[in-house]
Design a protein around this ligand. Structure first.
Ligand code: HEC
Length: 285
């Protein structure tokens, strides 16, 4: 009798164990895919007096994100439809569709939300075509003026410029005839363009690592995110095979999904530990 009870109890326990092992919840636990998107921005930062942050700010930011993603997706389709690039002459130039290819790649950069720690801010977040490449949220334009960056709601103090003509602005110089400074980018012309001989190129280096804009903690995060960008093929076709071959350490994603200025970084602006040649390549990218 005792033996039968023991047998039955063991069988019941065995059944429970098997049921537990096969249960969908534990199976799901095991196969849980690696988190793809970083966690949304931690507790939003709101140092502003009441009435500065517009009531519809969150929904408006989401609307703009959806619009940007739509443009990015459409541009990716265009990129994939580009005929193969043919390099001719020496030094090599892309024959026939080079202009189209470079333009498409630029557009893919401009609307890439992944170029920010929380994958929520692209250049276009503050520079949308239907607002003449300025800020696209009416309530923001009427209240805070400046646009929140990737870490909500850190924001600068100025409104985003309409920049369609800014690539044509000359390197800043003093015009003796008019007795005035001419050229440069930004409201105050501080992106003089002197070193790169292009104010626009000088300016564009800033936002990806500006703590109030896209907020990457390290410029190498740009190359890191490009390695997994769906348009990587186009980047490599234009800039050359191997141009994104950089060996990033294991903790790179953790670093790149933490906004610049976070206490963990101290004063370092190169928290990603790269060997010197990879650092040079990341800087070139
Ligand atoms: C969070 C909002 C924000 C984001 C994101 C942003 N910008 Fe801007 N942009 C601004 C503001 C604000 C200014 C003016 C700042 C100033 O004058 O000090 C500006 C100015 C510019 C200018 C100068 C235009 C001129 O006429 O002088 C250019 C060019 C520009 N941005 C390009 C970019 C690019 C490229 C990116 C992405 C890599 C980008 N911006 C991302 C807010 C933003």
């Amino acid at each position: 009798m005792k033996r039968t009870v023991l047998l039955i109890t063991s069988a019941v326990w065995l059944l429970i164990l098997v049921a537990f092992l096969l249960s969908p919840s534990s199976a799901k636990e095991k196969e849980k895919p690696k988190e793809e998107k970083p966690e949304p921005s931690p507790t939003a930062y709101n140092p502003y007096p009441p009435g500065i942050l517009p009531a519809d700010l969150d929904s408006e930011l989401m609307r703009v994100q959806r619009e940007i993603q739509g443009i990015e997706d459409a541009t990716l389709v265009q990129a994939k439809a580009l005929p193969p690039l043919t390099f001719t002459t020496n030094p090599p130039i892309i024959h026939l569709n080079g202009y189209q290819a470079v333009e498409t790649l630029g557009k893919l950069f401009q609307y890439d939300l992944k170029m920010s720690p929380f994958e929520n801010t692209a250049c276009a977040s503050c520079h949308m075509p239907y607002a003449a490449f300025s800020g696209p949220i009416p309530s923001v334009n009427l209240t805070m003026i400046a646009y929140p960056g990737s870490f909500h709601f850190r924001a600068g103090k100025r409104t985003a410029q309409r920049y369609p003509y800014s690539p044509d602005f000359p390197v800043m110089e003093y015009d003796t005839v008019q007795a005035a400074f001419i050229g440069g980018n930004f409201w105050d012309g501080r992106a003089t363009g002197y070193i790169l001989q292009s104010p626009d190129a000088h300016q564009a280096q800033g936002p990806p690592v500006d703590t109030q804009e896209m907020a990457f903690p390290d410029t190498a995060c740009i190359a890191f995110r490009l390695q997994t960008a769906p348009y990587r093929f186009l980047f490599e076709e234009i800039f050359g095979e191997g141009s994104l071959d950089i060996k990033f350490p294991e903790d790179t994603e953790d670093i790149c999904e933490t906004p610049g200025g976070a206490a963990v970084f101290g004063t370092s602006v190169t928290p990603i530990k790269l060997n010197p040649s990879d650092r040079v390549r990341a800087t070139e990218v």
